[in-house]
Design a protein around this ligand. Structure first.
Ligand code: ATP
Length: 302
């Protein structure tokens, strides 16, 4: 049994460093190449585990080297993998990432076996979901899987946490099952739709009227802001850090939030942990390498 269950995406990040964007039909020599663990769900699960939560995954990966890389990572982090399905003959998800000299990037993600994560696999984990405190997901997994997980979470009085990234339209039935939504600013504006994309305040209030319990929008270096029905927004300033790269900051935020909520913290306190954990993550390179441990976040908050 686990405190936090993550309906998770997994992919291997294939990262090439190139001088500039490549034109159509052009070939450019890359300066460097590396492969590292990725996927918003997996990253957030690792963040929750490093914050001390017991974590279990529901995921679907390929029967290939990249799938084994995910398994190795989760076992090293103490994350339970009984409900990770290794699909015979299928490939794991991959993200092909081009990082340019100016720090900008382009990414093509293919979910691979993750695209086949469905409601039946989630239902098979019903016992896990009936005994956890927090269930989290992102928009990198099929919406039917998240819907099924959140329905089971509601029955078990577990807190549901959705990171709506990458942004896409979500069914009303899913939004009504979300206790805490953690979009960044552009995801929030896209999710609220053109009629409510004039301001962060308007967009967040609109999502509350659609049944979302709380909207916790992340605002990069500026920090984050919490919206709940009938309450004034609560803003938390970003921490002043020396930034290396912001890869995985949003995933670290969501995972640390899940762990704090699973410890029984209020949303206002959990948000401080998430804001501090994400701030530490931007001081280091990479998604997984940037995720801090519980003690580091506690020291920053002291
Ligand atoms: P990413 O896609 O890079 O993972 P995101 O776009 O999902 O991130 P952001 O809003 O950019 O999410 O950042 C998430 C959180 O990370 C912020 O709310 C903040 O707590 C922290 N953060 C991000 N950038 C900085 C920064 N420059 N300094 C301090 N904290 C930061």
């Amino acid at each position: 049994m686990a405190d936090v269950v993550c309906v998770a995406s997994w992919n291997a990040d294939l990262i090439s460093q190139v001088a500039r964007p490549i034109a159509r039909g052009e070939t450019l020599m890359a300066r460097s190449f590396s492969i590292s663990p990725g996927g918003k769900g997996s990253n957030a699960a690792v963040a929750a585990a490093r914050q001390g939560a017991s974590v279990a995954l529901i995921a679907r990966i390929g029967d290939d080297d990249f799938g084994r890389m995910g398994m190795d990572l989760w076992h090293a982090e103490g994350i339970a993998t009984e409900h990770v399905e290794q699909a015979p003959g299928e490939r794991s998800g991959v993200a092909q990432i081009l990082v340019y000299d100016d720090g900008d990037n382009s990414i093509a993600v293919h979910p691979g076996a993750g695209a086949g994560l469905g409601a039946a696999q989630v239902q098979a984990a019903a016992a896990l979901l009936a005994n956890c405190r927090v269930v989290m997901a992102s928009c990198e997994v099929p919406v039917e899987a998240t819907l099924q997980a959140f329905q089971l979470a509601r029955k078990a009085n577990a807190i549901t946490l959705l990171n709506p990234a990458p942004a896409r339209a979500l069914p009303d039935a899913l939004l009504a099952l979300v206790d805490v939504l953690t979009p960044n600013e552009s995801e929030l504006l896209q999710l609220a739709g053109p009629a409510h994309s004039g301001s962060v305040d308007d967009a967040a209030q609109h999502l509350l009227t659609q049944g979302v319990g709380a909207v916790l929008v992340t605002l990069g270096a500026t920090g984050c802001r919490l919206y709940q029905t009938g309450q004034a927004p609560v803003a938390l300033a970003g921490r002043s850090m020396t930034v290396r790269d912001t890869i995985g900051a949003g995933d670290t935020f969501t995972g640390a939030l899940a762990a704090a909520l699973a410890r029984g913290q209020t949303l206002a306190i959990a948000m401080e942990w998430a804001n501090a954990a994400a701030a530490l993550s931007v001081t280091r390179h990479g998604a997984i390498d940037g995720i801090p441990a519980y003690g580091e976040v506690a020291a920053l908050l002291r």
